[in-house]
Design a protein around this ligand. Structure first.
Ligand code: SAM
Ligand code: DTB
Ligand code: SF4
Length: 337
């Protein structure tokens, strides 16, 4: 791992920063993988400093947006994503459940709103929705939107016309992750191609919705692959409004269970690179917080994360209790958006 400071590295990074700061964020130049690797290779303090400069130019440094997740359709998924406890083919403790009823989703959304969440994100363990699923989910989206919450859904790949139906129902954001760099992707997923994911992202954009797109680190990928993921995200035109950076939650029974744990500083570096390359995006410190100390999370906020998943559950795995997060926010002087 090259972590040596050098004038060369520093001067290139300053140039990149000047580019970033001088252009409006939506029309950024493309980022090469090696430019992003240079960022990741910086001395930690220099990297965080660059990230803070960008962060403070575009965001209130003490404000964090809160999204609550609910799994509206859990388990039984046909895909083979190597990290995922909901894939039917892996033997995990997650069972195939029916879709949640409208009433249950609405009461979960009301509870999330009561706890202070501004966005409600609904996940389904599908390769993609069928037409009858779209009919049910659009009813749910309209009801949640009617509560005054921002709406987000992550339902898998979309077929032509489906993104428009979701948008018409009041869906603000669609989450669809690239997950990792194209070069590493085949090690993790074989049942859908990288291009399928890019196509879905195009459909979401064309339907006028905001894009929520990020990935997972800690799957055994190299630093170069983390740079490759960030390059893919940053070079989407425009880049996503919301960028979830997940740390792999290792679930027994999935192929990636037992992967060597990623060093926390590598995770924080990835957040900083996301912040620098996608200045206006909300960068979400996503899955994996239950396994992180408050100190590591504080460094993630310092590196430019300004959003979290809030509430004691992600989709099937745990997340810190809302009360615990409120205590952490008080200690750090953070406020919710
Ligand atoms: N089935 C849909 C799909 O894959 O597009 C939507 C739900 S899927 C669970 C949403 C995202 O959750 C995945 O793309 C992945 O990035 C993330 N995810 C799933 N399992 C995870 C895990 N064990 N650790 C971290 N992130 C995970
Ligand atoms: C995202 O990037 N992370 C969330 C959300 N989008 C849907 C999902 C994390 C799932 C973690 C494993 C689980 O709880 O099943
Ligand atoms: Fe299915 Fe989504 Fe899990 Fe992949 S990540 S197995 S598509 S639920």
């Amino acid at each position: 791992m090259n972590q040596q400071p050098s004038n060369h590295t520093n001067s290139i990074t300053k140039k990149q920063f000047a580019q970033t700061a001088s252009k409006e964020a939506d029309t950024l130049p493309s980022w090469s993988i090696s430019q992003i690797e240079e960022l990741l290779n910086l001395p930690f303090n220099d990297l965080i400093y660059q990230a803070q400069l960008v962060h403070r130019k575009y965001h209130d440094a003490n404000k964090v947006q809160l999204s609550t997740l609910v799994s509206v359709k859990t388990g039984g998924c046909s895909e083979d994503c190597g990290y995922c406890p909901q894939a039917a083919r892996y033997h995990t403790d997650v069972n195939d459940e029916d879709m949640m009823s409208l009433d249950k989703v609405v009461s979960a959304a009301k509870e999330a709103r009561g706890q202070g969440a501004s966005r409600f994100c609904m996940g389904a363990a599908w390769r993609g929705p069928k037409q009858r699923d779209i009919e049910k989910i659009t009813e749910i989206i309209s009801a949640v939107k009617g509560l005054g919450l921002e709406t987000c859904a992550t339902l898998g790949m979309l077929k032509p016309g489906q993104a428009e139906q979701l948008s018409d129902a009041g869906l603000d954001y669609y989450n669809h992750n690239l997950d990792t760099a194209p070069e590493f992707y085949g090690e993790v997923i074989t049942t859908r191609a990288y291009q399928d994911r890019l196509n879905t992202l195009d459909s979401v954009r064309s339907a006028g919705m905001h894009v929520c797109c990020g990935g997972i680190v800690g799957m055994g990928e190299s630093r170069n692959a983390r740079a490759g993921l960030i390059a893919q995200l940053a070079n989407l035109n425009p880049y996503p409004e919301s960028v979830p950076v997940n740390k792999l939650v290792q679930v027994k029974g999935t192929p990636l269970y037992g992967t060597d744990e990623l060093d926390s500083f590598e995770f924080i570096r990835t957040i900083a690179a996301a912040r620098i390359t996608m200045p206006k995006a909300m960068v979400r410190l996503s899955a994996g917080r239950s396994e992180m100390s408050e100190e590591v999370q504080a460094l993630c906020f310092l590196a430019g994360a300004n959003s979290i998943f809030y509430g004691d559950k992600l989709l099937t795995t745990g997340n810190p209790e809302a009360e615990q997060d409120k205590i952490m926010f008080r200690k750090l002087g953070l406020q919710s958006l």
